[in-house]
Design a protein around this ligand. Sequence first.
Ligand SMILES: [Zn+2]
Length: 246
Amino acid sequence: MLLHHYDPHTTTPLVPGHEFTGVVTETGPEVTTFATGDRVAVGNIVDSCGTCAMCRAGQQNFCHSFPTLTYGGTDRQDGSTTLGGLGHLAVKLAVALGATTTVLSRTKDKRDDAHRLGAHDLIDSTDTRQLATARDTFDVVIDTISAPHDLAPYLKLVAMDGTLSLLGHLGAVTVEATDLLIGRKKLSSAGSAGRPATAEMLQFCADNTIAADIEVLPSARLDTALDRLRRNDVRYRFVLDLSDLD
Ligand SMILES: [Zn+2]
């Protein structure tokens, strides 16, 4: 359910959240890869057909019969993003991968956050002078804006042979083909990975001490979390602690 469609007074029931983490308390006889005490996570894909070509290739995220969903991103020289729940992780991953990383943000007060996350610079995406100075400089621009928006200013930031990658599930978009032609630029999109790549990403995060910046709330305060999410008032992820349900 989209957050802005949620009304706590009329919409019930609601299962909030789509990614889970916890500690294994017990395993069945056929479980071989987890043991009691292991810290584990469930992403946004919990099942798929298991038999189609994509599933057999370990790309359950592209399952022909569509995976069962319950939502990630990254990359190389000069990764660049906007700074939200998804973007702040992209910054951490890009920095850990050795990329010189710049944050693009409409919110100037995120400069301190950008530096704390390891980013080397911040560009105010409402400042046309800053955008002009950064034209044709980024090998990869990761666009995590979830609402429809003009791609042209972001394509102009991409370096020759570079890529603008959309993670925001924007639906139909309009692209000025000349913005791709000049500089042989590429437009791509990505969502969740399959199980093998997800496991590799989690191992990379464990090895490099990368974790989301979170605020933990007891699950009983769900309405507070949803109200603040609606006002974009979270840095950068809410986690609901379900132990108050025990
Ligand atoms: Zn499948």
